[in-house]
Design a protein around this ligand. Structure first.
Ligand SMILES: Nc1nc2c(ncn2[C@@H]2O[C@H](COP(=O)(O)OP(=O)(O)OP(=O)(O)O)[C@@H](O)[C@H]2O)c(=O)[nH]1
Ligand SMILES: [Zn+2]
Length: 356
């Protein structure tokens, strides 16, 4: 592969990261941005060029959150290129992978704009867009709603208005992803050093849009491959691609499998009007189901609160409560297991001591 060098500004370096470095670190190390993560190595871009680094040392941390993911900033030792520090992230997308022992899987870090993609057809669903938006808010990532397939819709404006009703401050862009002008419509979020990512259901046009943004740079994406155990080429890595205008798009397999809306923080922010209304119910333990003096039911009856929105809020918060409960249970189970292990170790030591 070609060995490109990048300036820190091109890579999206910001003062928040500079503030995390000591004088010694500034002298003896250099920052590098993680552009791809493979099973046993990561790929980074830096002022010193592109480097492949084995996943050992700090990169092999026990806690998944301490490991590097695409978009992360690492500090590497000038001489040895050994990773010294993972810089605190601006934001992080992760998901809890199912399995016998569920654990966090990092998807991408340090995203400047998350494009929430839906299309102007039967995929369009306000409740799903609200899910995406609450996810972005929970992760502290600025979001933009993108509605594709405007060319196929009779009333694309109508879709725009509906999407805009979700939140007045979230930009909505309606476009045809197959049109060469699509990239221009997203131009203001793609400037030098800006990092973006797409989420949305299958078939809404994420790949089409990514290709439209990459333009002729698309070939570059074919370069990043690794040999799997049997020597075949696979493209399973988590990757960051350079856009012709100086921005970066993060495209990782996990991006497409994001489980949404399990974080209460974003839900509270997106539906803060509903949470305020709930505070006005006469009884603090109101079930909002025929209870006397229920502010929610009154607001629905008067048309002030949309029934669909209330139902979606209830569903998302119930899911978030369930997710946090199972997280707590997992944590407890892990602590219990830790206790068993140390008890066993103590008994084992005692046995050994007794034998001496
Ligand atoms: N007419 C029209 N077709 C589009 C538009 N955007 C996407 N398509 C078509 O829709 C189909 C699906 O688009 P993709 O880009 O593969 O969708 P995706 O979101 O990447 O789907 P996954 O890879 O399954 O997540 C393709 O045949 C595209 O050509 C659009 O704005 N207008
Ligand atoms: Zn109530």
């Amino acid at each position: 592969m070609n060995n490109f060098t990048f300036t820190l500004a091109e890579l999206g370096w910001r003062p928040v990261w500079l503030q995390q470095l000591s004088f010694e670190e500034l002298e003896q190390c250099f920052p590098a941005r993680v552009s791809a993560v493979y099973r046993d190595r990561i790929h980074v871009l830096s002022e010193q060029g592109e480097l492949d680094i084995p996943v050992t040392g700090i990169l092999d941390a026990d806690e998944p959150e301490q490991r590097a993911t695409v978009g992360d900033w690492l500090l590497l030792a000038m001489e040895t290129h050994r990773p010294v520090k993972l810089l605190a992230r601006q934001n992080l997308l992760q998901r809890i992978a199912a399995g016998t022992e569920p654990k966090a899987q990092l998807i991408a870090a340090n995203i400047d704009t998350l494009f929430l993609v839906s299309s102007c057809n039967q995929d369009f669903n306000l409740s799903r867009l609200e899910r995406y938006l609450s996810l972005a808010m929970s992760a502290h990532i600025p979001a933009v709603i993108v509605l594709t397939k405007a060319d196929l819709a009779e009333d694309a404006e109508g879709y725009r208005e509906q999407a805009q009703s979700i939140h007045s401050n979230v930009p909505v862009v309606v476009l045809n992803a197959l049109d060469a002008k699509a990239a221009d419509q997203l131009g203001s979020w793609l400037g030098k050093g800006q990092t973006i990512a797409f989420v949305g259901s299958s078939g809404v046009g994420k790949s089409t849009l990514t290709n439209a943004l990459l333009g002729t740079a698309a070939q570059h994406t074919q370069d990043i491959r690794e040999d799997d155990a049997k020597g075949r080429h696979t493209t399973t890595g988590r990757q960051m691609f350079a856009l012709p205008g100086g921005g970066w798009v993060l495209d990782t397999p996990g991006m497409r499998e994001l489980r949404l809306g399990e974080d209460a923080e974003g839900i509270a922010e997106l539906f803060d009007d509903i949470e305020q209304l709930m505070g006005q119910c006469r009884f603090s333990n109101c079930h909002h189901q025929g209870d006397k003096g229920c502010a929610i039911e009154a607001a629905i009856a008067s048309g002030e609160l949309d029934l669909r929105r209330w139902q979606n809020y209830s569903k998302l918060s119930a899911e978030a409560a369930l997710a946090s409960k199972s997280r707590e249970e997992r944590k407890k189970a892990k602590q219990q297991w830790g206790k068993e292990v140390s008890k066993f170790a103590r008994q084992h030591k005692k046995m050994k001591d007794d034998w001496r």
